[in-house]
Design a protein around this ligand. Structure first.
Ligand code: NAI
Ligand code: MG
Length: 356
């Protein structure tokens, strides 16, 4: 099968790291005998906005919906478009309309990276944060009353549906099933949030019956955050609601080093719509256009994309090439303490993939 991939570099360093990701994708496709067919798009960028007054063409949904995946760089150029316009006008539209209800982030210590977690070696820290990406605390239901008076009151509801909760739990249970430790941790706060979070716990227990091989535990979000730092070796797959997952999915990667290496995936597991793979970092206007950006976050996204396609060997091969390059300590970008540019590091990783 040939996978059709929509490539959207976006703004700033997105334009510099995406070509390196494509280079590694092509290398892995050749080595592992996988067909890939790229189509490049210039929308979801400040230039497109300046020319058209909007971030996306009117027919973006029709244009993108048939692809197997979207390989995305970063969007945002605050001098030209306010950040809420660029984000809501592009990335958030993709997530919603393509029902990408899973936000997946690996938390993995890579060799040669200085982690703020003292005394941890690569291999000690290797887990996933699975965040619910469509409902929960991020609803737009609520309102403001008595505005401007001292009786002012604001209310915002949390929405949890059985379908919405169960489908994210099922994704997390299946991910845990695919991993050697077979361990799932649920993030809760049922001691303080007395309706929605007990419901979340209830669904975790109910779904757990379908996955007898999985060890399940739960932590309240406050101590869970502390344990990410103190005991990262306790975790394998961590599942959380939209808000808790948002926080954990930044905290986790932050514990393992530079933002330049962290990847993420927005997944529609059924494959009804394309899933979207993007680095955690933004467009980095402060270093854009200089060839200094670290391309590893973008390249790691290629590994996640292969995993999502079920091409596990290629996914593992790309990750191995990243780790070997870091361990060798050569061709590193400035954020990693080296002097190499974006393309030099990208080429070094592609070389290692071609040697596999
Ligand atoms: P940022 O992630 O772009 O940059 C934060 C800091 O990290 C900067 O000092 C930057 O130089 C550094 N950095 C980021 N990626 C790097 C890389 N690959 N290699 C080396 N250094 C790297 O976040 P910031 O500055 O808050 O946002 C800039 C723009 O990006 C804004 O318009 C923002 O809205 C947008 N943004 C977009 C995201 C997305 O597309 N998903 C995510 C985060 C921010
Ligand atoms: Mg966040």
């Amino acid at each position: 099968k040939t996978y059709r991939i929509a490539v959207i570099p976006g703004d700033g360093i997105g334009k510099e790291v995406v070509p390196e990701g494509v280079r590694v994708l092509e290398a892995a496709a050749r080595v592992y005998g996988i067909g890939v067919d790229f189509e490049h798009f210039d929308f979801a960028s400040a230039e497109y906005y300046q020319a058209h007054g909007q971030m996306l063409p009117d027919d973006w949904f029709e244009t993108l919906k048939g692809f197997d995946a979207i390989y995305f760089g970063a969007v945002g150029w605050p001098d030209v478009v306010p950040d809420h316009v660029s984000l809501w006008g592009s990335l958030l539209q993709f997530r919603r309309h393509f029902d990408q209800y899973v936000n997946l982030r690996p938390v993995r210590l890579l060799p040669g990276i200085v982690s703020p977690l003292a005394g941890r070696a690569p291999g000690d820290v290797d887990f996933y944060v699975v965040r619910e990406n469509t409902e929960g605390e991020y609803s737009s239901i609520g309102g403001k009353m008595f505005e401007g008076t001292d009786r002012e009151v604001v209310v915002q509801e949390t929405v949890m549906t059985r379908q919405g909760v169960d489908r994210i739990l099922d994704y997390a249970f299946r991910l845990a099933q695919s991993r050697p430790k077979k361990h799932l941790t649920s993030a809760t706060k049922s001691n303080g949030i007395s309706i929605t979070m007990p419901y979340w716990d209830e669904r975790v227990e109910a779904r757990a019956e379908q996955y007898p091989g999985i060890r399940v535990d739960k932590f309240h979000i406050d101590i869970l955050a502390a344990n990410f730092v103190l005991h990262p070796d306790w975790f394998d797959v961590v599942v959380a609601s939209n808000l808790f997952g948002d926080i954990l999915s930044d905290l986790g990667p932050a514990c393992t080093g530079t933002i330049g290496v962290a990847p993420s995936a927005n997944i529609n597991p059924e494959g009804t719509f394309p899933s979207l793979f993007e680095p955690v970092h933004g467009s980095a206007p402060d270093i854009a256009g200089k060839g200094l950006a670290n391309p590893i976050g973008q390249i790691w996204c290629a590994s996640m994309m292969f995993d999502h396609f079920g091409e596990k060997e290629a996914g593992a091969g790309v990750l191995r090439a990243i780790e070997e390059t870091l361990a060798a300590g050569e061709h590193l970008t400035r954020d990693l303490g080296g002097t190499a540019g974006t393309a030099e590091l990208g080429a070094a990783i592609a070389e290692r993939v071609l040697g596999q």
